[in-house]
Design a binder for this molecule. Structure first.
Ligand code: ZN
Length: 274
């Protein structure tokens, strides 16, 4: 069960995601007093999704949110909405954990594009590694703006040079300029590269993704080894025009599309007017 304080605090900020009306809590459902929408419960967790709840795998891991933000939660001075909290290390009484799937400490299940909370409810909103997975990030940013108190702040981490993960729900790898565009209704205090996303981590993640994708794409083990043994310099020289193909180059170029599409530099799209 939730600690009592969170239960009361939660009931005070929940609102219908359809019409923003008041909600009435029943033993097996939550209903909207205004538009009569009915929302189910998953155990004790209210569910504001159109589709059925999917259960995450037990071994699901979530990245730590970082010392600065963990401290804010631990101090408990600010009322925080944590979107995409995943498998959080600890439950904090002054933090509402919002997710698409039920994890250990999830308080509310719903869609970040239509938050089931009253306007002006939170001092802070956290959304780490969430925005690349949103089909309409600007809509979600507008929702965050709505549920924040005046002067309240948002903190996000979002992918830039990362391989596809959690397909098909990985939509955008935004540059810093893209992020600023999504949050243009806010006063941006800083938009910088945090340590977890520094270039060394980019290389580690991408190189690991390339090697794993080559394996999954059916490359023979000796070819995977040739790929592993190439140097960064060889790839840089290829781009510089020396013409020499590092070991494993042809293997990567001939992986099936399903594998290439996870680690490609870009895509070609051709479409027709209906
Ligand atoms: Zn309603």
């Amino acid at each position: 069960m939730l600690p009592e304080r969170t239960e009361a605090v939660l009931a005070a900020v929940l609102a219908c995601p359809v019409c923003s009306g008041d909600l009435r809590h029943h033993s097996t459902s939550v209903t909207c007093v205004q538009c009569s929408a009915v929302f189910k419960l998953h155990g004790h967790i209210p569910v504001f999704l159109k589709e059925p709840v999917t259960i995450p795998p037990e071994n699901h891991r979530s990245n730590p949110i970082g010392a600065e933000f963990e401290t804010i939660l631990r101090e408990g001075k600010d009322f925080v909405l944590h979107i995409g909290a995943g498998v959080s290390a600890q439950r904090y009484p002054n933090c509402i954990e919002f997710e698409r799937r039920p994890f250990r400490h999830t308080d509310v299940i719903g869609d970040a594009h239509s938050l089931p909370f009253r306007a002006g409810s939170f001092d802070r909103v956290f959304a780490f590694n969430v925005f690349e997975h949103l089909a309409e990030p600007q809509k979600a940013a507008a929702e965050i703006l709505r549920v924040l108190k005046p002067g309240g702040s948002v903190a996000i981490h979002s992918a830039f040079l990362q391989a596809v993960h959690e397909a098909p729900h990985h939509y955008f790898n935004a540059t810093e300029f893209g992020l600023r565009k999504w949050f243009s209704s806010f006063e941006v205090e800083r938009c910088h590269v945090s340590g977890n996303f520094a270039p060394g981590m980019m290389l580690a993640y991408l190189m690991s993704s390339v090697i794993n994708t080559a394996k999954e794409g059916g490359a023979a083990l000796d070819n995977v080894m040739r790929l592993r043994n190439t140097t960064l310099g060889e790839w840089a020289d290829l781009w510089a025009g020396t013409g020499h193909h590092p070991g494993g180059f042809e293997i990567l170029q001939s992986l099936p599309q399903s594998a290439q599409s996870k680690i490609a530099a870009g895509f070609e799209l051709v479409a027709r007017k209906r």
